[in-house]
Write a protein that binds this ligand. Sequence first.
Ligand SMILES: [Cu+2]
Length: 486
Amino acid sequence: MNHINRRVFLSGIVGAGIVGALAGCGVSQERGYLGTPAVFAREAARVKSGKVRTYDLTAKLTEIDLGGVIAKTWTYGDSFPGKIIRADIGDRLKVNFSNQLPDPTSVHWHGLAIRNDMDGVPSLTSPEVASNASFNFDFTLPDSGTYWFHPHSGTQLDRGLYAPLIVDDPNEVVTHDQEWIVILDDWSDGIGNNPDEILASLIDGSAMGGMGGMQGMGGMGGLDAGDVTYPMYLINGRPLSDPEVFTSKPGKRIRIRIINAAADTIFNVALSQHTMRITHTDGFPVKSYTTKSLTIGMGERYDVVVTMKAGVFAFVADAVGKSAIARALIRSASGFAPAALFRPDELDTQPVTADLLQAKDHVKLPARKSDRTQDLILRGSMHPYKWSINGRTYSQTRALMVGLDEIATLRISNRSMMSHPIHLHGHTFQLGSAGGNGVRKDTILIPPMGGIYVDFEATNPGKWMIHCHNAYHAEAGMMTRLEYTA
Ligand SMILES: [Cu+2]
C-alpha cells in the first residue's frame, strides 16, 4: 500500500455542476508567532556555515507582458517570476519583506524545514503582513535543493507571486554544465477571472467553462483534471506565443530544475527527442532514473539532467486533463523552432511518478519503527464545492499530533475522484517506511481513490500545515495542522 496504484492513477473523473456553500478556512490564533523555546533550541542546533545572505523582497502590483497581452497582477518585485533567492546550505538567510499590495499577505518558504516562526502561515506561525507593512525573515537553511516561495494567504498563490529559492551544497559533485530553472504555471489573473472570482465561481457554479472558468461540464472530464480552465499556461512567465529560449550547445549537460507553481494544474513534462535523467525530487537526491516524461503536481519539484542534441527543441508541459500545453525552447544549434502547438512524442510515454523512484542512501531516514500512525482521509466534491481532511474542513479541523523526535506515519487515502498534491510544512517525509527505499519529499501527488503512507522524523517543533496544494481545494477546506505534544 506504500506505492501509488498506477491503474487508479489513470482513471480520474471530474464532476462539475451546481456547487454549494464553502466551509471557509479557519482562523484559530490571530496573533500566531510561536517562537517557543523548543523552536529557538532547534534553530540554535542547526548546522551553520557562518555566512549571512540578505535579500530585499517586495510584493507589489505590476503589469506583465504575456506575449503582447498586458495583464495587471501581483508579483515579487518587477520581474515575473520573481528573482531567484540563492544561498548555501547552513547559510543564515535574511529577507527584508515589504508588502505594497492592497491586501495583507504572507511568504511561505515551500519545502524548507526551517524554524517554525518563519514559515509564513498567517494565524499559525507568524502574523500576516499588512498592506504597506514589512516583516524581516531570518532563518538557517537546513538542506540543499530546489525550493520556491509563495504567499500562504487565500488564493494569492494563483497570482504572480512566486519565485525560486535554490540552496546549494558546496560539497556536491557537479555533473552538469549548465543550469536552467523552469517554473510551470496556469494563468488567468489580469486576462480572465482573478483568483477570488474563480473561487467564487467554483462555489456558486456561475462561471462554467471559458476564461478562468470551471473545468468540465459533468461526466468524464479527462484524467485527473483540475477544476479550472485557464486561458494560458506559462513557463517562466511566458505564454506559448512568446516562449523563453534557453541557449545551449550540443553535448552540454543541462540541469533543469522544474517547479510546478500552478494553483490547479498537474503537468506531464518532456523535452522533445531527449530523455531526462531524474536526479532529485523536492530538493532531495534520488537514484538516477532515466525517463522520457514525468508527472509533476502543484508544489512538487523535479531536477533532471539532459544531454543536448543539436537543434531547436521544445520543452513541453502538458496540462493534464485540460487539452493545453505550456512550452519553452532549448536552442543548441541553428534551425527552426517547432510549431507552437507541437506535442513531443515523449509525452505519449508513461510518465514517471514519485513512487517509481528511490532515495539515495544518505538521505534515507533512520530505519526505525514508527512511533505512531495517523490517517489523512481526503474527500470532496465539485458540488457542493467542498474539500475535507478526515471529514472536516479547516475551520473545524482536529490537528494531527506528534511527539518530539518520534518517527511518525501518515496514512493518506484519497476517497475522491481527483488527484491531490499533499504538502507537509517543516519536514520532508520518506515515501513508505523510514529507512526504506522511498524518496524524500514534502509534496506528494495522491491519485484518485489511491493511497500511500509516508514516514517522517518529528525533529522540527512547532505548528505546521498539512494541506492540498490545489489553491482552491485548500481554500475550500482541504487543510489541517500537525502539532507537537508538549
Ligand atoms: Cu486537492
